[in-house]
Design a protein around this ligand. Structure first.
Ligand code: OOG
Ligand code: NI
Length: 465
């Protein structure tokens, strides 16, 4: 609570994330099953691998693990995107990173709204992958106009949500009662609406152009299409899903299994066929598949050098496979991935000394005890060697474009390799958003630097960076 009696945006985000999870459990019951599976496996991993549990305790991640999740939405217009940006700002979430999926045949470009400071992430790491439909990629002019007309007529925000956003911007915060009202109103934008805004015939036209276009254009709002918990062992999840009646996608996206996890590994499954009431429809309801389930395992955030190595090795594995990963080639893809990633060092020491990942530095008991010694190490490397400072990798808080494209495609039932010939357009995305996206690498570098400065202060040494 701040001086003026405002609730902190981090707290509003935590409330929203929890309310969103409760809502999604009622809308997509399989999500509840998944949460249970993830909790069981996380407990098992922590019991069987004390070093993993210890690492999570040291970094504080253990407190955020069970509430950690990301969602995804897809909006249709620049106005919707910029208002979504203002809505997320109320919850302390800012647009981070730019993802161009057009090159992978998905007609959207995206960003991730999330908290940016390590202290805020610790309160609630909730993130939302947010995509904007690129209508200009629809080649049929008539259909493009139809889609634009339909989108122009809808308002995906409640009047009260708009008022509360404006109030937050004007006053600089919301009190507890208004924060609760805001959470309730904001949820309306993300829930499923059974009534479509189009006729069954229009839906079919949009759907025939691209399933995703129907999903964005034909409904009253940008229903949240998945909510993803974080697991400590995605391979156990992938293997455990069929026993609980869930069929996962063919391959886990991202890097292979490693001793020191990096970036992000993800798997998903088709969740639901939704009932839909089309405009003017007589007789039985229609249906639409949009929402799915997803699970992820997060590892170390990589530096530009580490990321370039990751991209090169992933490209090598995919090039060697010669087609997109699918049920038939899943095993071979796994082997190729393992082989290619032998070239990515798999120890924290190597990853640090080669500048491949970002780290957070902590002063040890030994370092504190040695503070008054006349002779003691005075630079970061010697302090680490002497055991006065230790390091833990920073968690990757973002997404991966190749993985995201794979998740989109497996859930849209679209294995086509088609690519849109149009170039990515971060500048246009910024105009639509009404702001620039933040550079995620800068955020990791800032957190790393702050942790080194904190060590300097605790050890009573001049800045160690
Ligand atoms: C988003 C797909 C991408 C992820 O985790 O990479 C994604 C969508 O389907 O709207 O969620
Ligand atoms: Ni996702």
């Amino acid at each position: 609570m701040t001086k003026q009696g405002f609730v902190s945006p981090d707290d509003i985000r935590a409330r929203f994330s929890s309310a969103m999870s409760d809502l999604y459990k009622t809308e997509v019951p399989l999500y509840g099953t998944l949460l249970q599976l993830v909790a069981d496996i996380n407990d098992k991993v922590m019991a069987e691998a004390p070093d993993v549990a210890e690492h999570l305790r040291r970094t504080g991640e253990i407190q955020r693990l069970s509430m950690e999740r990301h969602g995804a939405i897809r909006v249709g217009t620049a106005d919707e995107l910029s208002t979504i940006r203002r809505l997320f700002a109320v919850m302390g979430m800012q647009p981070v990173g730019y993802y161009d999926l057009g090159s992978a045949g998905v007609p959207v470009h995206s960003t991730a709204f999330r908290a940016v400071h390590e202290d805020a992430l610790q309160v609630s790491p909730f993130r939302v992958f947010t995509s904007l439909l690129r209508l200009e990629l629809i080649d049929n002019a008539e259909l493009r106009e139809l889609a634009a007309r339909i989108l122009a007529k809808r308002d995906i925000f409640t009047a009260r949500a708009r008022e509360l956003i404006a109030q937050f911007e004007r006053d600089g915060g919301l009190n507890s009662e208004d924060a609760d009202a805001f959470v309730k109103e904001a949820l309306e934008t993300f829930r499923w609406h059974t009534e479509a805004t189009v006729t069954a015939e229009e839906y079919q036209q949009l759907h025939d152009q691209h399933r995703l276009i129907a999903d964005v254009v034909a409904f009253k709002g940008p229903h949240i299409n998945h909510l993803t918990p974080r697991t400590l062992d995605i391979d156990q999840i992938q293997d455990g899903m069929p026993q609980r009646g869930i069929t996962p996608k063919a391959v886990v996206e991202g890097p292979p299994r490693r001793k020191c996890p990096i970036l992000l590994r993800q798997t998903s499954f088709k969740a639901l066929q939704e009932k839909v009431a089309f405009v003017g429809q007589q007789g039985p309801l229609g249906s639409h598949t949009a929402r799915f389930g997803e699970i992820e395992q997060r590892g170390a955030a990589l530096t530009p050098k580490g990321r370039a190595l990751y991209d090169t090795l992933l490209d090598m594995a995919r090039a060697a496979l010669k087609e997109l990963p699918n049920e038939r080639n899943a095993e071979r893809y796994g082997e190729l991935l393992e082989n290619c990633f032998r070239d990515f060092p798999d120890s924290l020491e190597e990853m640090r000394s080669q500048g491949l990942a970002y780290f957070r530095y902590f002063v040890t008991e030994k370092g504190i005890a040695a503070r008054s010694d006349v002779v003691r190490p005075r630079d970061l490397e010697s302090l680490i060697q002497a055991g006065h400072v230790r390091f833990e990798p920073l968690v990757y808080e973002d997404f991966l474009p190749v993985s995201a494209a794979g998740i989109f495609q497996s859930n849209l039932g679209d294995n086509a390799q088609s690519r849109y010939g149009i170039s990515s357009s971060q500048a246009e995305f910024h105009v639509a958003l009404g702001a620039s996206v933040l550079d995620e690498l800068q955020l990791y570098a800032d957190t790393q630097r702050r942790s080194v400065l904190e060590c300097s202060e605790i050890l009573d040494l001049p800045p160690l960076v």
